[in-house]
Design a binder for this molecule. Structure first.
Ligand SMILES: CC(C)(COP(=O)(O)OP(=O)(O)OC[C@H]1O[C@@H](n2cnc3c(N)ncnc32)[C@H](O)[C@@H]1OP(=O)(O)O)[C@@H](O)C(=O)NCCC(=O)NCCS
Length: 146
């Protein structure tokens, strides 16, 4: 089974949307429709710092990586935050998640990004996948709602 990773395209909406809904349900999050609409729009907009790579199997979009490329104070090169990663539960365990991260890693090397990073819950079983790429550090996150 071959997994292809590529940039999101306008015509992907019907494939992407159920995955996005699956992802927000996974985090028990009810996003306002206007937020999803803007996220979709920005992911396609080359002037936005937000972008999306999708994974395809047999021509069907089955996963995505939503990212934000941002500046950093400790580097002159762009830093890539992998904010959302999701694979259709019917095709999990077939390498799509790994292919998405590897594709970002390869893109970052090509494009001269300094780092690719992501955060996850302490107990997310997906850490089995993440541990293949790097050791988790000991930073903890503080969030202030505004
Ligand atoms: C995390 C996720 C994207 C991984 O996608 P995937 O396509 O199943 O991952 P892969 O098939 O590339 O996994 C590679 C390896 O990691 C393991 N792995 C990946 N995700 C895992 C999970 N959630 N639980 C247990 N093992 C997992 C796979 O079993 C596989 O191990 P193997 O090589 O020994 O067989 C997918 O499980 C998912 O969408 N989870 C729900 C949403 C989520 O947790 N997103 C990440 C939030 S930070």
């Amino acid at each position: 089974m071959t997994v292809i990773v590529r940039a999101l395209r306008k015509g992907d909406y019907a494939g992407w949307r159920p995955l996005w809904d699956g992802y927000t349900a996974f985090y028990a999050c009810e996003l306002d429709e206007s937020v999803t609409a803007l996220t979709w729009e920005r992911a396609l907009n080359s002037h936005s710092s937000l972008f999306c790579r999708v994974a395809e199997i047999d021509g069907k979009v089955i996963g995505f990586a939503m990212c934000v490329l941002h500046e950093g104070t400790w580097t002159t090169a762009p830093v890539c935050y992998l904010e959302d990663l999701f694979v259709d539960e019917n095709v999990r365990g077939k390498g799509a998640g790994k292919a998405l991260i590897e594709a970002l890693q390869a893109e970052g090397k090509r494009e001269g990004w300094s780092t690719l990073y992501w955060v996850t819950r302490q107990n997310n079983p997906a850490r089995k996948l993440y541990d293949m790429f790097s050791e988790a550090d000991d930073f903890v996150r503080y969030r202030v709602s505004l």
